[in-house]
Design a protein. Sequence first.
Length: 214
Amino acid sequence: MLTSIANKLVKFPLKRLEPSRNRTETAAAVLVILHGHTDDPQVVLTQRALHLNSHSGEVAFPGGMWDKSDSDLLQTALREAYEEIGLEAHSVEPVATLPAGSPKRRDIHVTPYVAIAKERLNLTPDPSEIAAIFDVPLRLFMDITQYQYFDMKIDNSDSGAVIRFPFIQYESYKIWGFTLKVITDMLNDTLGAEIHLNYPTFEKIDELRKREKL
């Protein structure tokens, strides 16, 4: 499986991108780290620390915001991964740049980079940012029976208006949002996984927000 993914990722060539001038404050990059046996590869995910003000406890890829000291967004992803989980840059081989996107309800432009481990990874979470590091087998995401949906209130309103998001449960972790979409899109593009999930569009979210204010 890992060999097939790596071969098909050639359609997403590795690019050392820099954020455009009007996106330097909102640009971010993450690492999709694949490792393990070629027939049963895993992806490295993190759980954000519970004390954080933003997205506490949520599952995410290692990575973070662009810094003016970064030469490009790949360096951003590698630097942040080192700071968050102690990933040594020499232990992985970056192989692809996936399409950028924005997490739920945030004006952030995130570029995902796929990297394949070249050696056994020795990772340690920074407790100020990360509560846990865990591996998820990619075969879990290939099983369409594993997907569920949950409802989230719009702006914590009392009227009951909600938006619905797909998720997959792995042990005690709920994987959803941008993280889930990047993984499933990658599997669809490289393995023809045919994972079809319904995500609320930003237009739909904005429509519901406006309706709440009426």
